[in-house]
Design a protein around this ligand. Structure first.
Ligand code: HDE
Length: 755
């Protein structure tokens, strides 16, 4: 150690930290961990013990998934112990003074167990409390170093581990998955230059333009403070009061009232970074970027009436869907792409790219694909991983940088801050799910729940006793993009931020008629739940600035007149692109066809069991998930004498949990189903929610009983309604699969519903 201590410390007179020299970070001392090891540095002790193994620090040992391996625990086949490792003899009875006597204070086994239990809960996230997550990897398509030096994009085929958490925003941890809400889409990339968190949403814009309004927005959205209602819903006065007074939310309101806010699955959502980011390459050249995740599964949504009913039938609908898909080996996949925008381009737009209430239409700046993400492993433990994962917009890596978007700037502070309370102190980065796969080496020390046993006497820098290490690295380390900043301190916004309606209208006009109708119906529903008519009126005045037809539809539904539009601060410009087809959900059918789609086959005694078996096999072979659904569990015998096992009762697995329905042939079975109101309701809801229905032979009786119109309202054939004789089953099944692949026969939908 002596030679290191005597060596001249780096940057002795600090000249490199002042003036123009400060623009280039200093390369730091020459010592690197490996050179220290090679010189046999004595700055760390190396005393082997049973506890430390060989006493060597685990340099490079926590690569890949090893950080989680070291934390995994599995009690199968093991003796029960206390948390101190003491074997437990009796886990059934407390220690008492006599069989009928009082319990004793000295029962440390009981007290340890109950004390731990008493402290099992941590505060839930203040927003995004309810979520589900999975492990996977990101794979770069190629070497993208021309646009960014970020390690995860450095080579074709390079894989970076990821952990992804999807969430709702408003509801509490135990609330329902299918609430109308924005969905969080947070990705933690464990890159070889540290963790990069892309903490995005499934909607590319936001309600507000400045972080200082976030607490107001969230207070208004969450359950009202006096009675904590409603749970997981924006349909109440305080939310609409706030947004109607914040016209900057107009664009976002179009998105959250669209079917984007009721996704069919986490697997069928897009994701967006929302803010404009910067990418920076090795040469220090920078370009603005917008991050996009596009699901291979396509973009698909529920319909509102269905979403409401799913909340009762299975509040874990999205959590279960993600879990089951991954368990079944149907690994969901997304393509990550970026819109790359130069400073000059940005300056030419009619909107400000620092304004998070604006998008850059894909038709204006196309998406450059960077790579794909695959989620292929469910967590081992919900609390340890999904609950304790701490995403943070400040987790950036070299090659990616912030912009001055004032919403983004505020987030940089908030995420670390909230973890200090939620995870109990400044060492949350040591929780296995949060720790990077690279080593953490710095002089930060101590604090609650510290895990690392930092060795040696050096916990400061500059130092000579450890050869100046750990040392900064001016060439590889993170450098902020040197954007010039020189203006007066002000509280305010750029002029263009004052325009709120152009893109709201662009979004609306880019939707198909079905999607436009759903948006209008969603506004009508939400405002019908408001009790203060002045709030409704102000929302109508806001909508009048977006689209008069929309405002009229909603006003009619509320029994009101459309008031004068809200005053404009800036004239609405003609958007640079009109319309933008990429904004419709229906343009992305996906590549996975009928895989993972759930098909209920209604069966009873006397069903055509042979045909049921063959349809079942055929659907299964194509990756769909068929199940035999009946009035009760147990065996049913087909008219051909074959036995079938009913897998789920209609009570336990009602219509809304299925993507499609088949009613097979078999007079006796269908007659029996027709006497069970569950079956009638099953068919009606499948029909109302525009799902494919196939009826074979006598199965058609159930349609009549349920009063299902055989044709569309305009008299044409319903593409989602397939009737067949038993002889033509194969052709009909092919048509059914096609209908299933296209998800819904929206043409059937009427307002109000016919059935
Ligand atoms: Fe967040 N947000 N947010 N947010 N956010 C949190 O961090 C915040 C915003 C997003 O699965 C919190 O760990 C502020 C936009 C996701 O764990 C908190 C502002 C976008 C998640 C926080 C925003 C998001 C969060 C709560 C306005 C899309 C869940 C718990 C300036 C780009 C991550 C936590 C997970 C979570 C603050 C706005 C996405 C309080 C101050 C815009 C996906 O720090």
């Amino acid at each position: 150690g002596m030679d290191l201590a005597e060596a001249m410390p780096f940057n002795p007179n600090k000249s490199g930290e002042h003036g123009a020299a400060a623009r280039t970070p200093q390369p730091g001392a020459t010592a690197t961990p490996s050179s220290i090891l090679a010189t046999g540095s004595t700055s760390t002790e190396t005393i082997a013990s049973a506890k430390t193994g060989d006493g060597q620090p685990l340099i490079g040992a926590n690569a890949g998934v090893l950080p989680l391996d070291r934390a995994r625990a599995d009690g199968s086949g093991m003796p029960l112990t206390t948390s101190q490792g003491v074997p437990v003899a009796d886990n059934q009875n407390t220690l008492k003074a006599g069989l009928r006597g009082p319990s004793l204070m000295e029962d440390f086994i009981f007290r340890e167990k109950i004390t731990h239990f008493d402290h099992e809960r941590i505060p839930e996230r203040v927003v995004h409390a309810r979520g589900s997550a999975a492990h996977g990897y990101f794979e770069s398509y190629k070497d993208h170093s021309a646009i960014t030096r970020a390690a995860l994009f450095s080579a074709a085929g390079k894989r970076t581990p990821v952990f992804v958490r999807f969430s709702t925003v408003a509801g509490e941890r135990g609330s329902t998955d299918t609430a109308r809400d924005v969905r969080g889409f947070a990705v933690k990339f464990y890159t070889d230059e540290g963790n990069f968190d892309l903490v995005g949403n499934n909607i590319p814009v936001f309600f507000i333009q400045d972080a200082i309004k976030f607490p107001d927005l969230v207070h208004a959205l969450k359950p009202e403070p006096h009675h904590q209602m409603p749970q997981a819903s924006s349909a109440h006065d305080t939310f609409w009061d706030f947004v109607s007074l914040m016209p900057e939310s107009a664009h976002m309101l179009m998105w959250v009232m669209s079917d984007r806010a009721i996704p069919r699955s986490y697997r069928t959502m897009q994701g967006f970074g929302v803010h404009t980011f910067r990418l920076v390459n090795e040469q220090g050249q920078s370009v603005f970027c917008k991050f996009h995740w596009n699901p291979k599964q396509g973009t698909h949504s529920l319909v509102w009436d269905e979403a409401v009913r799913i909340s009762g039938a299975d509040p874990d609908f999205h959590r279960r869907d993600l879990w089951e898909a991954i368990e079944a080996g149907e690994f969901p996949e997304w393509e990550l792409g970026v819109q790359l925008i130069t400073e000059e381009q940005a300056a030419s737009f009619a909107f400000d790219i620092l304004d998070p209430t604006k998008i850059v239409p894909e038709e204006l700046v196309p998406i450059t694909p960077l790579g794909r993400m695959v989620l292929d492993r469910n967590p081992d433990n919900f609390f340890a991983e999904t609950e304790q994962v701490a995403f943070c917009t400040a987790h950036l890596v070299p090659g990616i940088d912030f912009t001055n978007d004032p919403l983004m700037q505020g987030r940089i502070h908030s995420y670390v801050d909230t973890q200090l309370t939620r995870l109990g102190g400044p060492n949350f980065h040591e929780i296995p799910i949060n720790s990077p796969i690279v080593q953490i080496q710095n002089n930060q020390r101590d604090g609650f729940h510290r895990q690392a046993i930092n060795r040696g006497r050096v916990n400061y820098e500059p130092n000579s006793l450890a050869g100046g290490s750990p040392a900064q690295n001016g060439t590889r380390g993170f450098t902020s993009f040197p954007q010039p900043v020189a203006e007066d301190k002000v509280r305010g916004k750029p002029e263009l931020f004052a325009e709120h309606y152009g893109q709201a209208r662009l979004f609306l006009q880019s939707q198909t008629p079905v999607e436009q109708r759903h948006i209008a119906m969603a506004f009508r529903f939400e405002l019908s739940r408001c009790t203060v008519s002045a709030v409704r009126r102000r929302v109508l005045a806001l909508l009048a600035n977006v689209d008069l037809d929309l405002a009229n539809f909603v006003a009619t539904g509320l029994g009101m007149e459309v008031p004068k539009p809200l005053p404009l601060a800036l004239d609405t410009p003609i958007p640079e692109y009109e319309p933008s087809p990429a904004l419709s959900l229906l343009v992305r059918p996906g590549e996975t066809g009928i895989r993972t789609r759930k098909v209920a086959i209604l069966v009873g005694h006397g069903v055509d069991a042979g045909a049921v078996r063959s349809m079942y096999q055929s659907l299964l072979a194509d990756g769909a998930v068929p199940r035999l659904v009946g009035s009760m569990l147990g065996k049913v015998t087909g008219f051909d004498g074959q036995e079938l096992d009913v897998e789920i009762s209609m009570e336990a697995g009602p219509a809304v949990l299925w993507d499609a329905l088949i009613v097979p042939d078999g007079e006796e079975a269908v007659q029996a189903l027709a006497r069970d109101a569950h079956a009638k309701e099953f068919v009606q809801l499948q029909y109302r929610h525009c799902k494919p229905i196939m009826v074979v032979g006598a199965g058609a009786l159930l349609l009549q009983k349920a009063e299902i119109p055989p044709q569309l309202p305009d008299g044409s054939d319903d593409p989602g309604l397939i009737g067949t004789d038993p002889e033509d089953l194969d052709a009909a099944l092919a048509a059914f699969k096609e209908a299933l692949a296209s998800h819904r026969a929206y043409a059937r939908e009427t307002d109000p519903p016919l059935v």
